[in-house]
Design a protein around this ligand. Structure first.
Ligand SMILES: C[S@@+](CC[C@H](N)C(=O)[O-])C[C@H]1O[C@@H](n2cnc3c(N)ncnc32)[C@H](O)[C@@H]1O
Length: 255
């Protein structure tokens, strides 16, 4: 039987804060044959979730393969706020979907949604297809692959696009810098390059009472609110103290 305490000691020495929990999860995940390799990789800084092959998100197990952005708990704010606003049989779109965690959580929470997701990264698209078996997952730039029949039909459009300012990438934890792709993190000079593109395209896709929800940081939220207003939307910023999540929600203006 694997010595969980000894593995925890190795992980703790390597800097893991939750060494006992991680050791237990690695022992559960590994066949005897590759446990040593998993422990070595974890001690060397590979994200736990890439080794386990899953991450818990909004009560679901989301499949994550090495090389994909690991969904963060703070993104559950987008899911909760989107679910509150979605009508029955909602048309849901997740742009920059990564592993498709938000779309999968909305699929689980909503009644009979029609779900679409897009990402530019092929590993992300492969994971999203695993996590959204009943959804439509496309590879491509932002909204380009969405079918035109969705124009003005989307009830909730969610996006956790890359939003780290380029100059701050070096300040990120090594786990993110070394194991998550730059395209998942780099949001350009002020971090809002992709998020601004999302608000700019949103009016083309949103239904008359639709809403776009974009994760951002508290510092960036005012600039994103301004961009959404410029795009003709009615924006508001929300924050979750528990997870540190921040999002800008913007609805189409009702006439
Ligand atoms: C911060 S990660 C978030 C992934 C996922 N939304 C989540 O919360 O787990 C940003 C994602 O945006 C994707 N991405 C970046 N630029 C993109 C673009 N122009 N078009 C589509 N996807 C893009 C990346 O590949 C990455 O999967």
């Amino acid at each position: 039987m694997a010595d969980t305490a000894a593995i925890a000691a190795v992980l703790r020495a390597a800097g893991s804060v939750f060494a006992e929990d991680e050791a237990r999860l690695l022992v559960e995940a590994a066949g005897d044959a590759d446990l040593d390799r998993l422990v070595r990789q974890r001690a060397a800084g590979t994200p736990l979730e890439h080794l386990l092959g899953w991450v818990e998100f909004d009560g679901l197990r989301i499949a994550v393969e090495p090389g994909v952005f690991v969904p963060r708990r703070r993104t559950e704010l987008l899911v909760r706020e989107a679910a509150r606003r979605a009508p029955p049989r909602a048309v849901v779109v997740e742009l920059c979907c990564g592993a498709g965690a938000a779309a999968a959580a909305l699929t689980a929470r909503l009644e009979g949604p029609e779900v679409y997701a897009v990402d530019i990264d092929r590993v992300a698209v492969r994971c999203a297809r695993r996590n959204l078996p009943g959804g439509h997952v496309y590879a491509g730039d932002l909204d380009a692959p969405l079918p035109r029949r969705l124009e003005h039909r989307v009830d909730v459009l969610v996006a956790n696009a890359p939003y780290v300012p380029t100059g701050e990438l070096g300040l990120m934890p090594a786990e993110a810098r070394d194991h998550e792709p730059r395209v998942a993190l780099d949001g350009g000079a002020d971090g809002l390059d992709v998020a601004r593109r999302v608000v700019a395209v949103a009016p083309r896709w949103l239904a008359p009472a639709g809403v776009v929800l974009i994760e951002t940081s508290e510092r960036q939220a005012p600039a994103l609110v301004e961009a959404a207003a410029t795009a003709g939307l009615r924006p508001v910023a929300v924050h979750d103290e528990n997870t540190g999540g921040t999002a800008v929600l913007a609805s189409t203006l009702r006439r």
